[in-house]
Design a protein around this ligand. Structure first.
Ligand SMILES: [Zn+2]
Length: 427
């Protein structure tokens, strides 16, 4: 019991008079110059492994991050997001006064909120005015498109959504779940799928026309799995030995380490193929990835192939999907021969398996055949889209409405911010 009290006293004295500020990562700022600007010894950099070095090199210009400073302005902690789920934590040890570097999960508050708005003037400004969360309006606009005729004075719109918050600030876009629109005595629900698109039924069968180029139509209804499989496998007979992960717990170091790619178990010397058409932008040694190749694809995609033994391409080459660009090996930080494949979208790592396919799917081939036969004409398709938890969310929304729950007002949240700031991220 005594111990607990002492620890609590230490935390409260550490945070006494401490303040959180929200900062933007300066354009082009290096992590080392950030440390220097805070009078932190660069020796902390020596504790970083190659992966962590890569992470600090990848902090984006304009990235929002949080600093906790004491009343003299000394940095106690900095929390710098590196992905949507992981963050760098730089913290001052109260005993040794030294700074510690770690990569830890971001602890969001992730809660559901309810709001009900009577339309009096303009529906969009009414929603913004009542909720003080402007991003809600855009989500609702998107969800109601093609489902609800114009909202008018006297109508009511009620909705249930999830909003993340982080150290006393709104974090990211709200996620809309279900909307109820009441026009006179007419009521209608709109259920929202993972893409933010609204549907009149919790299980919706939609018809759509494929056109030429069909990708434009598929993007509109982006549930089609065909459109998300953009690239092909980098090796034949792929066997995954380690998947992509934002936070892989390292049992020895006892820290979370991201794995920004997929590892394929392959024998040394296996031909490595480009996953798509693109331009080779890097061939050479790349830190922990050893001998590596980078290929820039269209639409902001980039692929990295690591731990290679040899190259069969040079910078500036145009690679076609399936071209052999090198051979697998065991170079860099690697415990055995394997291929590390990283895929990045607009410089952010994504799970390669979300965009890789083993050749074209049968549906894709059939669709191609049909489109070809009609000479790029239109083909009618139908698709059933399940919307997860649709009924459950509708029931929650209905109970809020019948209980006359007051709308959540984010202005109140802003005034409480000081209390929410020293949340568990800073412990
Ligand atoms: Zn890997």
């Amino acid at each position: 019991m005594k111990k607990v009290i002492i620890v609590l006293l230490m935390i409260s004295s550490l945070l006494w008079g401490a303040q959180v500020t929200r900062v933007k990562w300066k354009s082009g700022e290096k992590f080392s110059s950030y440390l220097q600007s805070k009078h932190i010894s660069l020796s902390v950099l020596k504790t970083l492994d190659e992966l962590e070095e890569q992470v600090v090199g990848d902090i984006r210009s304009g990235q929002i991050f949080y600093e906790l400073k004491d009343d003299k302005g000394t940095l106690l902690q900095a929390l710098i997001p590196i992905s949507s789920t992981m963050q760098i934590k730089l913290s001052k040890d109260t005993q040794s006064d030294k700074y510690r570097f770690s990569i830890v999960p971001i602890k969001f508050k992730d809660e559901k909120y309810f709001a009900s708005v009577d339309i009096s003037k303009n529906p969009w400004s009414d929603i913004s005015k009542n909720t003080h969360n402007d991003k809600l309006t855009a989500q609702i606009k998107k969800a109601l498109r093609n489902n609800i005729s114009k909202l008018q004075k006297g109508d009511n719109i009620s909705f249930l959504y999830t909003q993340k918050t982080l150290v006393g600030y709104l974090h990211g876009d709200p996620i809309m779940h279900v909307i109820k629109v009441t026009k006179g005595d007419k009521e209608q629900f709109v259920y929202i799928d993972d893409d933010g698109i609204g549907h009149k039924e919790p299980f919706e069968t939609i018809s759509y026309m494929t056109d030429s180029p069909r990708t434009a139509i598929f993007r509109e209804t982006s549930h089609a799995s065909i459109s998300s499989r953009k690239f092909s496998m980098p090796v034949r007979n792929p066997r995954i030995t380690s998947p992509f992960s934002y936070g892989r717990y390292h049992p020895v170091l006892r820290i979370y380490r991201p794995h920004f790619g997929t590892d394929f178990g392959v024998k040394r010397g296996t031909p490595i193929m480009s996953i798509g058409n693109g331009v080779v932008t890097y061939v050479g040694w790349l830190g922990g990835y050893g001998k590596a190749i980078k290929i820039q694809h269209s639409n902001g995609y980039m692929s990295i192939y690591g731990h290679l033994s040899g190259f069969r391409t040079t910078v500036g080459d145009v690679a076609q999907e399936g071209d052999v660009i090198g051979y697998s090996g065991n170079t860099g930080t690697s415990t055995g021969p394997h291929l590390h494949l990283g895929v990045y979208l607009n410089n952010s790592p994504i799970d390669p398996m979300s965009v890789l396919s083993e050749g074209s799917s049968i549906a894709d081939k059939l669709l191609d055949k049909m489109s070809d036969a009609i000479g790029g004409g239109q083909v009618a398709q139908t698709k059933k889209i399940p919307i997860f938890n649709a009924e459950k969310y509708r029931d929650i929304l209905e109970s809020h409405i019948s209980n006359k729950t007051p709308s959540y007002d984010w202005k109140k949240f802003e005034s409480q911010r000081a209390q929410d700031q020293l949340d568990e991220n800073f412990q």
